[in-house]
Design a binder for this molecule. Structure first.
Ligand code: FAQ
Length: 335
């Protein structure tokens, strides 16, 4: 059965009959458009077009799911961190990611979608989350490379979201970006330590991790602008401020310079400085691989989803106990 709540997580239903607009609604729309054009922020209680609401629920919930699923590849290494210091840093980072997921679920809830609906969409495989978290973490160097490249790409994409037109999302992003910045630095520092003081085997392990994560990191920014169905409208609404391709290019330009400091090589023979554009040219991304991973057929998609569903099922007794405790308190207060 089709419900409006389900629709908030999907795309516009093109086959649905277009509603007839009242004069009042048309006035609301006009005011909304003027506020967007003036660069104003929209708050949860403000009137907004349904498509704007749906687009935000889609993006914010995908973002929240990415943070929560994104805990899994690194969680895999907490018990195997090489020193107490690295273990403490990794634990803190993974906990931060849980926090980011919670801020984002809360931001999505302000749009009228419940947390249970969002989780249901993730657990049933209907909702998307970032492609990057469907790759395996094979060595300790992957922890450094995730910080450097994955968090680095996340920051590049998320700093403009601090100016997103929907205020609750923008506010969540300010806090998230501050923490992501620490995540990126710890990753770079862990790699620098291995590259400057490590054994030959450790250096080779870092290079191997860079080789495996470079291309998937570039895919994090989404499809090329020409193949991005949501970009144009999202840019017009001020949800996205910089396009997928422009952010990807900024990321390449920043990280290639950082790779020189580390002493690693990006696995791309076509990577070279373009004097005219004052930017790096880079090779062609394997978009077939990207769509395959987004479609649920990446190296770890099934494992990631199964881990989330298992955690949800095994946590049922905690949720039940918390609800029983809360209702007992309410009963006592009322008595
Ligand atoms: N993976 O038309 P567009 C992190 C989908 S957080 C999977 O360009 P849009 C922190 C897209 O949803 C990382 N799907 O879409 C961390 C759409 O499908 P739909 C997550 C992707 O929304 C670090 C379709 O392709 N960050 O890393 C991907 O305008 C370390 C067409 O694409 C965010 O979510 C992808 N990579 O632009 C945690 C940031 N790319 O929904 C742990 C917020 C595209 O129409 C450890 N999101 N798709 O069925 C955004 O900025 C945007 O949503 C984009 C996509 C740029 C991701």
């Amino acid at each position: 059965m089709y419900t409006q709540a389900m629709d908030t997580m999907g795309k516009d239903r093109e086959d649905a009959p277009k509603p007839v607009r009242s004069a009042e609604e048309a006035a609301h729309q006009q005011e909304f458009d003027a506020r967007i054009d003036a660069g104003e922020f929209i708050e949860a209680k403000d009137w907004m077009p349904e498509n704007y609401r749906r687009t935000l629920v889609r993006q914010i919930s995908q973002h929240a799911h990415s943070e929560i699923v994104g805990m899994l590849p690194e969680g895999n290494w907490i018990s195997r961190a090489p020193t107490l210091k690295r273990k403490a840093i990794l634990l803190a980072k993974v906990q931060d990611e849980a926090g980011h997921g919670l801020y984002l679920y809360a931001a999505a809830e302000t749009l009228g979608t419940s947390r249970d609906q969002l989780y249901e969409a993730l657990h049933s495989g209907k909702a998307k989350y970032s492609s990057i978290f469907n790759y395996p973490t094979l060595t300790w160097a992957d922890m450094g490379v995730i910080g450097w490249l994955v968090d680095g790409a996340a920051i590049m994409n998320q700093v403009p979201l601090c100016r997103c037109s929907y205020a609750p999302y923008a506010r969540a992003m300010v806090r998230i970006c501050r923490e992501e910045s620490f995540h990126q630095r710890q990753g770079f520092e862990a790699l620098l330590t291995m590259m400057s003081h490590g054994s030959e085997a450790q250096k080779a392990m870092v290079q191997d991790a860079v080789d495996r994560w470079w291309w998937p990191s570039l895919m994090m920014f989404g499809p090329p602008d020409a193949d991005s169905p949501n970009s144009e409208q999202s840019m017009r609404w001020g949800i996205k401020r910089i396009s997928n391709d422009d952010l990807r290019q900024k990321f390449v330009d920043a990280t290639v310079e950082q790779s020189k400091l580390l002493g690693v090589t990006m696995p791309d023979r076509e990577l070279r400085w373009n004097e005219e554009r004052q930017s790096y040219d880079f090779g062609v991304i394997d978009w077939k691989e990207f769509w395959q991973v987004v479609g649920g057929d990446g190296p770890c998609n099934r494992e990631r989803l199964a881990a989330r569903v298992k955690a949800w099922d095994e946590g049922a007794w905690v949720r039940d106990a918390a609800m029983a405790h809360a209702s007992k308190q309410t009963y006592q207060e009322a008595a």
